[in-house]
Design a binder for this molecule. Structure first.
Ligand SMILES: [Cu+2]
Length: 697
């Protein structure tokens, strides 16, 4: 597999990419903001920093309004999108200013629903549609600096668009980049939400219809407004959405723990990485435009050539804008369910964890180790930097983004990331989800650290993005037991069981295929089914007019835009235009040095294979350098986000079937069809400009 460095060498040799003197690992300066030193797992008094659960005191679970929805008459919710503050760690001197969802009604709460980070989890039932009025109450000043040179960003700062990620949604409710709406009633060119579903809507409102016509799974919803998605999501505009069904309920008889919203031993865990404004921000980062009180969110806003690759040749390059986007943003402090370094008290019995990687760009390789009682809980082997701690229980993975796997898969919980195989324990790219069972029996009285060692960027890594005490290549001075730390996410405090679980009758030989749509290709088959049309597509990296790195999706035909290689801009005419019901195979050649988590709106895909190819000789047709291999066992089901590694062609298959809905869905005024998108879910890539229309005719 190619490394980033090799990518630059081969890219420079290839005539179709106009790269000069690219240096991906320039020497770093350390003019970089770091979060305050925050204590892990316990507050100053030694009390646990509790992991927030669902419901009162934790993340609010939205409830419907009393009246039925306009137009369709289904259950209706009202959700505000606003600026609020929430204390994300007890040692932070101030609560953090955030943007986010705030439901009007919530489970177990009478009166005003507390404004909490990630607030507004929705629990839906398969086949029971719902409708939501989102009210945009955001102030006109963003809490994160806005780079107005990005496509679509030079408009109102408080635009938003709500995308149900993984949902099976008519395009007018899909919350695409051009379907944004602002408090003053202005909206993007593709915004038909109210015309279709709520003609009486107020200026700041937008109406969305979600079919829930999908098997049980955890999806999520987040902002998708053009030009500001990465900063809106980072500011907090994201939450989870659980779809339940009868198959899932029946699994309770096989030992599946009960649901979180009913107080069962199911724990959603939403992982994010952030940087918090330190006390001395004015001297470290004098041009920071966001809130300056200690504990506010901080985000990279300067394209520092010492830190990020810049096209070497100055001639023909415009001055770098400030604020500027950056190639990827990595935080230094991990959060779970909106709290920094929390601790969950669990009984020594079986739990179901629903994990979502909601980081902007950081991948995680999730391991579980017994806290060894040392100051930092984890002790690293000085040579390998792998934990010497005893291992925690392995995972039994039962599902992914697209619902249940065909068969449960045992995932060992103690495999450090390995660069050669690009493998580890439970690897999740941004937007990927895992549904896992963890049995804490035998660990009563001990504490287990949820640990991550995935490199950032993935898979080659720049060690200055890897924060832990004694990190050899990170100049940050970190006190053991405190952050910044990107390796320790949270801790489980295992206490004695108060009851006994039903026996577990879920194992790798259990057939769960009845719980999901039938797959196109049998397990282990790495060739596309005969007769299915194949599209050849590409992932590209080059430089923009300012010399900054930019990523594009493309076809296998060179772009007419000089310097784009095979890449096409999001606003270029659509090239992926299947018809309703079409089945297609997409073979996506990654010509870059990074793994990209490619997300498909509307459809779930089945991964058929990954196959290495010779990047520098790619001319539209790959020359393969090794055999195709099937997806990992825990990717064998349906996926809405697929990791595509450098130097590999990833082959997926999907059917572009539109949902049927009880109202008329007009074509998009922009693209003339059912306007969806496919894009990289590294949010900095998506924004600049790794996204393409997917127009279903
Ligand atoms: Cu990407």
């Amino acid at each position: 597999m190619q490394t980033r460095r090799e990518f630059l060498e081969t890219a420079a040799a290839a005539s179709f990419i106009l790269v000069s003197n690219g240096k991906l690992f320039a020497e770093r300066s350390w003019a970089f903001v770091q979060s305050p030193s925050l204590r892990k797992f316990r507050d100053l008094a030694g009390n646990p920093i509790p992991l927030r659960g669902l419901g009162p005191g934790g993340i609010p679970v939205a409830l419907p309004d009393v009246g039925a929805a306009p137009v369709t008459g289904v259950a209706h919710y009202t959700m505000d999108i606003r600026q609020f503050s929430d204390r994300l760690h007890p040692d932070l001197p101030n609560p953090t200013t955030l943007w986010g969802y705030n439901p009007v009604h919530a489970l177990g709460i009478n009166g005003a629903v507390p404004q909490a980070h990630l607030g507004g989890v929705i629990v839906a039932q398969k086949g029971v549609p719902i409708q939501i009025t989102f009210r945009n109450n955001l102030p006109s000043t963003h809490i994160i600096p806005v780079d107005t040179t990005l496509m679509g960003a030079d408009q109102a700062r408080n635009r938003t668009s709500v995308h149900l990620h993984g949902g099976f949604t008519p395009w007018v409710s899909d919350g695409g980049p051009f379907a944004w709406f602002a408090p003053d009633g202005s909206h993007g060119a593709s915004f038909l939400n109210n015309q279709v579903l709520n003609p009486g809507a107020a200026a700041n409102e937008a109406e969305y219809y979600f079919t829930n016509n999908q098997s049980a799974r955890m999806v999520w919803y987040h902002d998708h407004a053009i030009g500001i998605t990465r900063i809106n999501a980072y500011a907090g505009i994201a939450s989870a959405y659980m779809i339940r069904d009868s198959f899932e309920r029946e699994l309770g008889n096989l030992g599946l723990p009960g649901f979180a919203e009913n107080g069962g031993r199911e724990i959603p865990i939403i992982i994010q990485d952030k940087v918090f404004v330190p006390a001395n921000i004015a001297s470290i980062d004098p041009t920071w435009e966001g809130p300056t009180s200690e504990g506010s969110l901080w985000y990279a806003h300067i394209y520092d050539p010492k830190r990020y690759t810049l096209r070497g040749n100055k001639s023909g390059r415009d001055a770098i804008p400030e604020p500027s986007c950056v190639p990827e943003f990595f935080g230094d402090t991990m959060l779970a369910n909106g709290t920094v370094y929390p601790e969950a008290t669990v009984e020594a019995r079986r739990y179901r964890l629903r994990i979502l990687n909601a980081c902007n760009a950081r991948f995680v390789n999730l391991q579980l180790y017994v806290d060894d009682g040392s100051l930092d809980s984890i002790t690293l082997n000085p040579l390998t930097l792998a934990p010497t701690n005893a291992k925690g229980p392995d995972y039994l993975q039962i599902g992914t983004e697209g619902g249940f796997l065909p068969h449960p898969v045992v995932v060992p919980s103690n495999v450090p990331f390995g660069r050669d195989e690009v493998a580890g324990s439970l690897i999740l790219a941004p937007a990927e989800r895992a549904d896992i069972l963890v049995d804490f029996r035998g660990f009563a009285g001990r504490k287990l650290v949820l640990y991550n060692d995935a490199p950032a960027p993935f898979p080659d890594g720049d060690e200055s993005n890897d924060y832990f005490p004694g990190a050899p290549k990170n100049p940050a001075i970190i006190t053991p037991g405190f952050g910044p730390n990107t390796r320790q996410i949270m801790r489980f405090n295992v206490v004695a069981a108060t009851g006994e679980d039903l026996p577990l009758n879920l194992a790798p030989n259990t057939d769960l295929t009845a719980g999901n749509d039938p797959l196109f290709v049998p397990r282990g088959v790495t060739t596309p089914p005969p007769g299915v049309p194949i599209r050849s597509l590409t992932l590209n990296e080059t430089f923009d007019e300012f010399g900054r790195l930019i990523q594009f999706l493309g076809t296998n035909v060179p772009s007419l835009n000089r310097g784009h290689g095979f890449g096409r801009a999001y606003v270029d005419p659509a090239t992926e235009t299947p018809s309703n019901g079409d089945i297609e195979v997409w073979q996506i050649a990654n010509l870059t040095g990074d793994t990209h988590p490619i997300h498909f709106h509307l459809v779930n895909v089945q991964i058929i294979s990954r196959q290495p190819f010779h990047v520098s000789s790619y001319n539209g047709t790959p020359t393969y350098t090794g055999p195709a291999r099937p997806p990992d066992q825990n990717e064998a089901g349906w996926k809405d986000t697929v990791r595509m590694n450098p130097g590999e062609v990833t082959t997926v298959i999907m059917q572009f079937k539109l949902p049927s809905v009880p109202f008329v869905v007009p074509p998009s005024p922009r693209t003339g069809g059912n306007e969806y998108v496919w894009h990289c879910h590294i949010l900095e890539h998506e924004e600049h400009d790794m996204m393409r229309p997917l127009v279903v005719l």
